[in-house]
Design a protein around this ligand. Structure first.
Ligand SMILES: Cc1cc2nc3c(=O)[nH]c(=O)nc-3n(C[C@H](O)[C@H](O)[C@H](O)COP(=O)(O)OP(=O)(O)OC[C@H]3O[C@@H](n4cnc5c(N)ncnc54)[C@H](O)[C@@H]3O)c2cc1C
Ligand code: SF4
Length: 330
């Protein structure tokens, strides 16, 4: 493996970071550094080779606070997964997010890993993570996983890439109608989670719409009175494991029937996968085993398993039912 040199800088302001990103010759040449738990691993594996890292942790304009603002739960991009797991505001207003954080990685990693970095981490596909293997997402011509070892890959993919999105938090945030606020050269914009996570395509071999000169500032979750949420995750071991499949569900009860229903699956697509078919099956209905089973079936109706991941269909159906049952009990 080649030993590479790179520069490390501690910019003083967000404006300096944005200017440096905007002036970079390519997206990978200059990278913001948060906890480093994904970026440094990719650098060690020779998957990315930035010339310069810009440490985000000490600059003014980016923070790790969690607060209620204008009827939203707002989390700074530098909030650690530990703070999300243990913080009283998140526990009270979005228990599914606290649970998703608690089930991610290990305690040591959660102390270091930040919310912003978690949303922007790259896929764990083993072909992607091996620098000697070319793959489409890394700029190659084809995806070796389609006909290869695809036991951990997608059931739904409208993309040449069939890797799954690795973030537990992203799955919950989509189910909570969260928005991601970012700032770049052109100013600040708030992006709905459903528009932030997008399937990679020829013009954008990435899983999100963050601009090359943009920094994630915060994530906001609207507080809808009476809405509760739950997150269930299947892992092949109890810690240090990404989701084989996960399900985030939320709704509120209005006169005994479900409203504002969200059903989102993780571990099944290159992005968190919202099922509007499952939501339609639940909306206006009273919670119950039959309607939950119908919704779970609807969520998996269009699944296209690859050779080795058919087991995910059954797993996902059960997780949707479990998560809906938990929301009902909450
Ligand atoms: C062994 C292991 C197990 C794991 N298990 C799980 C799991 O089960 N579930 C799960 O969800 N995650 C899991 N993770 C992933 C982990 O949660 C992420 O690595 C972490 O959240 C990334 O955050 P970070 O602050 O370390 O990001 P970094 O590694 O610093 O950055 C990641 C990327 O985001 C960019 N970036 C970071 N912050 C910003 C910002 N504010 N604006 C713009 N760009 C930014 C960086 O440039 C880089 O490209 C695991 C990781 C490991 C190593
Ligand atoms: S699934 Fe995506 S990341 Fe994995 S080999 Fe195929 S193109 Fe590359």
């Amino acid at each position: 493996m080649t030993m590479r040199t790179f520069a490390y800088a501690q910019p003083e302001s967000l404006a300096d970071v944005i200017a440096a990103l905007g002036a970079a010759p390519s997206r990978d040449a200059v990278r913001p550094l948060a906890g480093g738990t994904d970026l440094l691993t990719l650098m060690k594996g020779d998957i990315v080779a930035p010339d310069r890292l810009l440490d985000l942790k000490r600059l003014t304009g980016l923070d790790d606070t969690v607060e209620i603002r204008d009827n939203e739960l707002v989390l700074g991009a530098l909030t650690t997964l530990t703070a999300i797991e243990t913080g009283s505001l998140v526990g009270e207003h979005c228990p599914a997010l606290a649970k998703a954080a608690s089930l991610a990685a290990t305690p040591q990693l959660r102390n270091r890993a930040t919310l912003g970095g978690n949303l922007l981490q790259r896929p764990r596909c083993w072909y992607f993570r091996e620098h000697l293997i070319p793959c489409w997402l890394k700029g190659g011509d084809a995806c070796p996983a389609r006909e290869g070892e695809n036991g951990l890959h997608a059931l739904f993919a409208d993309s040449p890439c069939v890797a799954v999105h690795p973030s537990d938090l992203a799955t919950v945030l989509l189910a909570m109608d969260a928005t991601v606020t970012v700032r770049g050269d052109a100013g600040e914009r708030a992006i709905a989670a459903g528009d932030f996570f997008v399937q990679p395509d020829e013009g954008r071999r990435r899983e999100n719409t963050l601009g090359g000169d943009e920094v994630v500032l915060s994530v906001a979750i609207p507080l809808i009175p009476g809405r509760t949420s739950a997150y269930h995750k299947a892992m092949d071991r109890k810690a240090w494991a990404f989701a084989l499949v996960s399900a985030a569900c939320s709704f509120r009860l209005d006169g005994g029937v479900m409203r504002d229903v969200r059903v989102v699956l993780g571990g099944v697509a290159p992005i968190p996968w919202r099922s509007t078919a499952a939501e339609a099956a639940l909306d206006g209905e009273r919670p119950g085993a039959d309607v939950f089973a119908r919704a779970a079936a609807a969520a998996l109706a269009g699944a296209e398993p690859l050779r080795h991941n058919g087991y995910k269909v059954h797993l996902a159906r059960n997780l949707v039912i479990e998560a809906l049952e938990e929301v009902t009990r909450a």
